[in-house]
Ligand binder design. Structure first.
Ligand code: PAF
Length: 280
């Protein structure tokens, strides 16, 4: 049987208040739907770490800087509910849009610093949209723990900072990226790739892994980054937006892997923008 699908905040609150009154801990997995194995690994982590699990599904218009991207975002609620059946989640919250952005909604949650680079630079307004909706979802679900994929590493850092700064009593937990056998990081956007696009996209992880290995051996980043960009274009990517090496804790740029670092890349293949990151 599928978990109850709740669309109204009052219905959600009735459940979460009852759970908290019983002393149960609530884990939330915020998603925009089109669930894949990456999301399901977060659900598994939430089930292992909490007494009750809520999966939220809301395609958040405020985090799309490109209207075409928003229009094309896959919406697969029934399939998503079916995919969640084996995990026994307690509720699926699919809020009506006015539960998130009621008439006259005028508040933006904006995290400074961390959001000026990479995704923030190439997708203006994106992180304001993410921080605003995630703050609302944390407050609406009253979750004790929230589970996010490291695939969106910068988002994980932004959300963690936001919860800390706003004293929202939720523990933000990062979970490892889940990959296809080809190495491609799982993403709802992969659904838009043709078979040829999938082949091209698979090269990204290989190229990043080779680069990370050289960096771990002490190589300087700048010269290698130019080579990796050439390799991505040769593999069929049409545009490389960035390849960057940054401190894993602060996201400061690094010239070499002098401390725990992460390698980040965003590039277009087959008309789809794909991001990935790996530890160095
Ligand atoms: O990672 C996502 O799917 C979204 O950015 C999130 C966290 C659900 C907020 O809309």
């Amino acid at each position: 049987m599928t978990a109850p699908i709740l669309r109204r905040l009052t219905d959600l609150r009735a459940l979460t208040t009852q759970w908290h009154n019983n002393g149960e801990k609530i884990g939330v997995v915020p998603t925009m739907g089109a669930l894949h194995q990456g999301h399901l690994s977060l659900v598994e982590a939430a089930k292992a770490g909490s007494d009750r699990v809520i999966v939220t599904i809301f395609v958040n218009p405020k985090q799309f800087n490109n209207p075409e991207d928003l229009a094309k975002y896959p919406r697969t609620e029934n399939e998503d509910a079916q995919k969640l059946v084996p995990y026994g989640v307690d509720a699926i919250y699919v809020p009506d849009p006015e539960e998130i952005y009621p008439q006259g909604f005028a508040t933006t949650v904006s995290v400074a610093g961390l959001t000026n680079v990479m995704e923030g630079e190439f997708r203006p307004g994106h992180f304001d949209g993410v921080a605003t909706v995630v703050a609302k979802l944390f407050l609406q679900t009253q979750a004790d723990r929230a589970y996010f994929g490291e695939k969106d590493y910068q988002q994980l850092m932004v959300v963690r900072r936001m919860a800390l700064d706003l004293d929202i009593p939720v523990e933000v937990i990062g979970c490892p990226t889940v990959r296809e056998p080809s190495g491609l990081a799982m993403s709802s956007r992969n659904l838009r790739l043709s078979p040829e696009g999938l082949d091209i996209a698979a090269n990204k992880h290989r190229i990043m892994r080779d680069l990370a290995k050289e960096l771990a051996d002490g190589a300087q980043f700048d010269t290698l980054a130019a080579r990796a960009e050439t390799e991505l274009l040769a593999a069929g990517f049409t545009q490389v937006e960035y390849i960057q090496l940054r401190c894993a804790d602060t996201l400061e740029p690094l010239t070499h892997a002098s401390r725990p670092a992460r390698l980040f890349a965003a590039a277009w293949a087959d008309g789809v923008r794909l991001i990935d990151n790996i530890p160095v």
